[in-house]
Every structure is written in C-alpha cells, then in structure tokens.
Unconditional design. Structure first.
Length: 383
C-alpha cells in the first residue's frame, strides 16, 4: 500500500510540463473513471498501482484488498451514473456552434493573411443554420491585438454581423507606465456586439508564451529570441452571457489541469469551454493526448466540456466523460452540438487536493514510524 501512496504523492507534487496521471490510461472504461468527481484522477491511480504492486509477489492477502477497492469504484459508478443522467435530462439545453478554421501556423502568424483568416471563420460560421445560441472560435483567431480598456466596436469587431453570441480567442493588451502588457485572451461578445467579459490565460506555456526567469536574468532572452513575452491572467473567471448561461473558460494548455476550469465551476460556471491552437502537433497522437487530459475536467466537475481548436481535436465531452461530438481533424469545418447546463457541485470541486494530500501524509507517517521503530531496535541491540 505504501508504493501506490507514494506514487500518488509524486503525481501530485512532482513538477511536469504535461501533467499525465496513471488514471488517464483508463479513459475508454467509463465505469472506472466515475470516481473523478470525488478524488480526481488520484483515487484510480492509487487503485491501479495498488493492484500492480500486489502482482509483484502475488498472495491472496495482497491481491484481495485492491480488488475490493476496484469493486467499490465500480459500485460507485453504477450508483452515480444514473443520477448524473437524470441531471442531464432535466437541465436546460444550449446549441453551441464550434468553428475549426484549420489555419496553418504560418498563416496565423502572417499579418498579410489576417483578413483572409477572418473571412474563413466568418464563412464557416455563416454555414451554421439555424444560428446556434453560442458560437465559439478557437485560440488567437484575432491576432491584431484588442485593447482591454475599450469597447469592441471601437477596437475592430472581428465578426460585426454575427447573428448570435460568441466566444473568440484574441491577443489583447493593456497600457502600463512601462509600456504594453500582452495577454492571450478569450472574449465573450453578445449578438448586439457588446463585450460581456474577458478571460486572460493564467497558466502560460513555458518557453512558448514566456521565458522562465527572463525578468531576473535578461540575458536569457538572447538565448531564446522566439519565446513569447505574455503576461499571465490573475484569476479564474466566469463569463456570464446572462443569468442562465455561465461559462468557465480555459485556453489551450490550461485544460490539462484541474484549475482554472474547476475553480470556475466552483464559482458557478455551468458550461466549460476550452479553446486551443494545436496546429503545432499536426495530425499526431498529441491531439488525442491533449483531449484525454482535458476529458477529466468534465468528469471532475460534472459539466459539459466543449473544446474548440484551430485544426483538431475539436470535440465535446459529457459529464460522464464520453465524447459525443467531434469534427474531422485537419479540415476547415464547423458544426453544432447540444450541451446541457448543469449546476451540481462535486466533492472534487470543493476539496480538489484532499485525497493526494491524505495518502501522501499517511505514507510519510508510516515511513517515519518504521524509521523510528528501526532506530529503537538498534538501540536495544547488545554492544
């Protein structure tokens, strides 16, 4: 039992760029992953490692306890899934349109292609008939930079004729005494063209969006001149279109982590949305890996989770972790899906770190007790 506890503690504490967990390997087994709303991925990771440790020296006393835990996970799923399904069936619905422009990295970065890129997104958006209740464009479709202190109509609306409310990714900036601070942002716009809110990306990609320690050691920037110089947002927010539609936003890399989406859900968001530009990965397995890490945000919060990307994998995941909508990868395409707006709270929302902290603390106590016992035993040995 000590080995899986230490493993979970390592998953929780060890810094890594992409937070992969052992539990994520079970994404295709719905009955095993439902405990995410209680303990996130950590309880299932613990169960997998506990069973694996029992197989090292198989004895009945080593195999039965982890099997009992797995049985409890399955029983919880059988009890919880009908309850979630009932909540889904009684929740209000929202028609969401997602647009996947499939722009190349060079086209997105070339200022001469900006108008052409926006025409692509407008054309695809107009193909969605009837218009959805909410339209989503992915990360940094608008690359000219929107000022954070001005209304949208004065800052060049990217889709002034939009017939519906929309979320769109854009670069934004704020004037400071030191100059301009740039942000990777997500804007919520009404059908009338008014801005209802903005979210600034909090968790920036190291070396891509910022260069670690470059402020303390400016010489580092000469070593990596193509690294970005973005500023991080300050807090997880809820973008409210009205009192019924409350969106928890994340940008790209952020949906791999429990927060900010979990924090937004705890603040009242009833729909989770992530926008990304995964064109960096081409058509590789990284697209599926990114979605796999994000899938757990739907499970942990029991919310519908919509992922809008530039080139794939654009998809939607229901509160039980099932992907029910997907656009083809590497295509310029748009589609409409139906999401439900759920408000229920989960244990993991309220106490996201309780289980890994508990097992890590318990394992340290056990190790300390064993160390002390060994020390006392050595003291009692004859000289």
């Amino acid at each position: 039992m000590l080995a899986p506890a230490l493993w979970v503690g390592t998953e929780y504490l060890f810094p890594n760029l992409f937070p992969w967990r052992m539990a994520y390997t079970q994404r295709e087994f719905p009955l095993l992953i439902q405990s995410a709303d209680v303990a996130g991925p950590y309880l299932l990771s613990f169960a997998i490692l506990w069973f694996a440790a029992g197989l090292v020296r198989p004895r009945i006393t080593r195999i039965v306890p982890p099997l009992i835990l797995v049985a409890l996970l399955l029983a919880y799923a059988q009890w919880q899934m009908p309850r979630v399904q009932t909540a889904i069936e009684t929740a209000p619905s929202l028609r969401v349109g997602v647009v996947q422009g499939n722009l190349s990295l060079f086209a997105k970065r070339d200022p001469n292609d900006l108008d052409r890129n926006l025409k692509t997104y407008r054309r695809l958006s107009e193909s969605l008939q009837p218009p959805p209740d909410l339209l989503i464009w992915p990360e940094t479709v608008v690359t000219w930079g929107l000022p954070q202190d001005r209304p949208l109509e004065a800052a060049r609306d990217p889709y002034p004729e939009a017939p519906t409310a929309m979320l769109f990714g854009a670069l934004s900036y704020r004037q400071t005494p030191q100059g301009l601070d740039f942000y990777n942002s997500l804007f919520l716009r009404t059908a009338e063209g008014r801005l209802k809110g903005r979210y600034d990306k909090m968790v920036l990609m190291p070396f891509g969006e910022f260069l670690p320690f470059s402020e303390q050691f400016p010489i580092i920037r000469s070593w990596s001149p193509n690294s970005g110089d973005f500023h991080a947002g300050r807090e997880a927010t809820v973008l409210s279109l009205n009192q019924d539609i409350r969106i928890g936003p994340a940008i790209c890399y952020e949906d791999m982590m429990a927060s900010p989406l979990g924090t937004s859900a705890a603040k009242g968001a009833n729909l989770l949305v992530s926008v990304a530009n995964d064109a960096w990965y081409g058509d590789s397995a990284a697209l599926l890996l990114h979605e796999t890490l994000g899938q757990w945000r739907a499970l942990e919060n029991r919310r519908y989770f919509v992922r809008a990307t530039n080139s794939g994998l654009t998809s939607a995941i229901d509160p039980m972790g099932k992907r029910f909508f997907q656009l083809p990868r590497g295509k310029s395409v748009a589609g409409t899906l139906e999401a439900r707006l759920l408000d229920q709270s989960t244990v993991y929302q309220r106490h996201p770190h309780s289980f890994p902290r508990f097992v890590l603390g318990l394992s340290l106590v056990v190790l300390g007790w064993a160390r002390a016992r060994r020390f006392r035993g050595n003291e009692n040995l004859p000289n």
